[in-house]
Design a protein around this ligand. Structure first.
Ligand code: XIL
Length: 367
């Protein structure tokens, strides 16, 4: 190739990479989970609207926030969030209608006086909850995480909870039916974590087959995508994308981040490392360049995989706007974390450049 041609190719690639934001470069919708107080944080708005088209409220639309007790509905923050997003032309993903976990379900759902609620009572409460919430935001919320985290991690097909104890599996299909009846045009998502991994994937596929047999209106599968550096499960993820493509199911990546401080030991060996782990906080003064570079490569590899399945992927949402707002600064223990594409000042990190390059230069090469 002549030098001039080489220079032109270089400039073209540089142009593609620089000129585009995530929102412009993505072949799917580009989303982000946001602190509930975003309407009061104008400093965050330019970054938000340049990079993202879809927003998920981090906490204020969860059952625990909307209706902690049977008497007390609390719509203030959710109303403000939805009005703010609508005013900025951002599509809202409501999260979540049923979080099938005991510590995430307000206690009143399960109780009938001193006794556990019967199946009928629990399902009637779920129905009225879903009708009220989805009905209130009809036409203003584009998609709902209808059921979150219902699959079992261990031997059981489903996570055991007050939901399964009272209602077996029926609550899942019914939650989708009620949500669909309340807003027939909303996209309805089954969302979970680790559901791309071997074992849990099979449970998910079996659940989806049963839901389909019941004609439950499940439109999309959500993969939360909370990954750790050096442990991104590319192979399992690819198998999952192939399997979901095979059954004609679309995928949304709902809560993406790549933790730079490995955390799995927190749960290992019957939790016996927790006291030691709670002291691990290596990047208080900033994340070393070599770690940022590794994170960038791993994000790029992930987005290369997503691109390969862009016919299946409908949206990729990060969980939080920038490193300073990430939930991983507090979960599962307090530490200074750096899992996202933007740093604490909202400036793009090497991972941002790597992802946009993958979505532009990579796509232009048709790889
Ligand atoms: C997290 C929030 O980010 C935290 O602020 C909150 O304390 C706990 O929940 N999977 C989910 C999200 O579906 O709702 C969780 O969000 C992160 C894991």
């Amino acid at each position: 190739m002549s030098r001039v041609l080489l220079l032109l190719v270089f400039l073209f690639h540089a142009y593609l990479g620089m000129a585009q934001t995530l929102r412009q470069a993505s072949p799917w919708s580009s989303g982000v989970g946001l602190a509930d107080r975003i309407p009061d944080r104008p400093a965050d708005w330019p970054l938000l609207t340049a990079q993202f088209s879809h927003v998920t409220p981090e906490n204020c639309m969860k059952p625990d926030a909307l209706r902690r007790t049977e008497q007390a509905w609390n719509f203030n923050q959710a109303d403000n969030f939805v009005a703010f997003a609508n005013s900025k032309d951002l599509k809202v993903v409501g999260h979540c209608l049923v979080w099938a976990k005991d510590d995430r379900t307000p206690a009143w759902f399960y109780q009938d006086g001193a006794a556990p609620a019967s199946k009928e009572v629990l399902l009637a409460r779920m129905k009225s909850y879903i009708e009220t919430v989805v009905g209130r935001y009809k036409g203003k919320v584009a998609a709902w995480d209808v059921v979150n985290e219902a699959l079992g991690d261990g031997k059981t097909e489903l996570r055991e909870s007050g939901w399964t104890r009272a209602a077996g599996e029926d609550f899942i299909a019914l939650a989708f039916e009620y949500a669909h009846a309340a807003d027939p045009s909303a996209q309805l998502i089954y969302n979970d974590y680790n559901n791309e991994l071997d074992g849990k994937r099979e449970k998910m596929l079996a659940l989806l087959a049963r839901l389909k047999a019941r004609q439950a209106p499940v439109h999309v599968v959500g993969l939360q995508g909370h990954y750790e550096i050096d442990r991104v499960p590319y192979e399992a993820l690819e198998k999952t994308l192939i399997a979901l493509r095979g059954i004609g199911m679309k995928v949304v990546v709902t809560e993406l981040d790549i933790d730079v401080i490995p955390r799995s030991r927190w749960w290992a060996d019957a939790n016996k490392h927790r006291a030691e782990m709670a002291k691990v906080n290596p990047y208080v003064d900033g994340c070393p360049p070599e770690i940022l570079a590794r994170q960038a490569e791993q994000y790029a590899q992930l987005f290369r995989l997503f691109r390969k399945y862009d016919d299946v992927i409908d949206r990729v949402s990060f969980w939080n706007l920038h490193d300073g707002q990430s939930w991983l600064n507090n979960f599962p223990w307090k530490r200074v974390n750096h899992p996202l594409l933007f740093d604490r000042q909202g400036n793009p990190k090497p991972a941002y450049d790597a992802v946009v390059k993958e979505l532009t230069v990579g796509a232009a090469k048709g790889k």
